[in-house]
Design a protein around this ligand. Sequence first.
Ligand code: GTP
Ligand code: MG
Length: 213
Amino acid sequence: MRISAEFVTSAAGVDDFPRDRLAEVAMIGRSNVGKSTLINALARQKVARTSAAPGKTRLANFYRVKRGLGPAFYLVDLPGYGYARGGDASGAEFSRLTDAYFARAEGRKTRPDEFRVGGAADRKAIGALLLIDVRHPGLQSDLDAWGWLRSQPCPRSIVGTKVDKLTRAQRSRHDRELKSLFDVPISLVSAQSGEGLEELWKLIAILPNQTAP
Ligand SMILES: Nc1nc2c(ncn2[C@@H]2O[C@H](COP(=O)(O)OP(=O)(O)OP(=O)(O)O)[C@@H](O)[C@H]2O)c(=O)[nH]1
Ligand SMILES: [Mg+2]
C-alpha cells in the first residue's frame, strides 16, 4: 500500500500545534524507546530524526501521513521522558508540553485556566500510543506514564518496541509479564525487522476515533 509522509512542524507549545481537523496519533514513551524510529518504520522513509543517545526529540514533531486510500492524519513524536539533560528541569518541561498537547483531545473539559486552548470546536480526535521497550517491562516511569494517560479522555493503546532484541524464551516471558502489568492488549513490534507493523497500521487507522475507555 502506498504511504506518503512529510514533516509539518515542531511545536514548543499550544500556539504551534496544527489547527486543522486532521486526526492525530501520538507516540509517548521513555527516551530511547524508539518513538522516532517507529515513525520512520511506519512511514517507510526517514522523516523523523533518531539517535542512539537519549533525549533527541525535545519538541512535539508533527508528521502528516497517508496510507492507501485512508484519510491523512498526523503521527506525533512527543519528547521522551525519563531523561534529564544535565539534571535540569526537563521532566517538568516534558509534562507541560505533553499536558498542553492532550488538552486538545476531544472530550477533555476546559478548566478555567485553559481558556487559551479554545472551546470545544478546537478539539480534535487524538489517539495515544504508549511505547514500552519489551526488554524492560514494568519500569516505574512507564507505569506512571500509563497511569497518567488513563486519566486523559483519549483512546490509547500500548506498543512493545524492539522485539527483535529478545530471544524466543525471553519473548514469551516478557510478553506474559507485560500482560499481567497492563490491562490492555499490547502490540509487539520491531522497527528493524518490520514485525508487527502491518497490525499496528490497522490499529492506528481506527485508534483516534475510538471512544476513550
Ligand atoms: N534493534 C532495534 N533497535 C531499535 C528499534 N527501534 C529503535 N531502535 C534503536 O533505539 C535507539 C533510539 O531510537 P529513537 O527512535 O531515536 O528513540 P526515541 O524514543 O525517539 O528517543 P528520544 O527522541 O530520545 O525520546 C536508536 O539507536 C534506534 O536505532 C527496534 O525495533 N529494534
Ligand atoms: Mg526521538
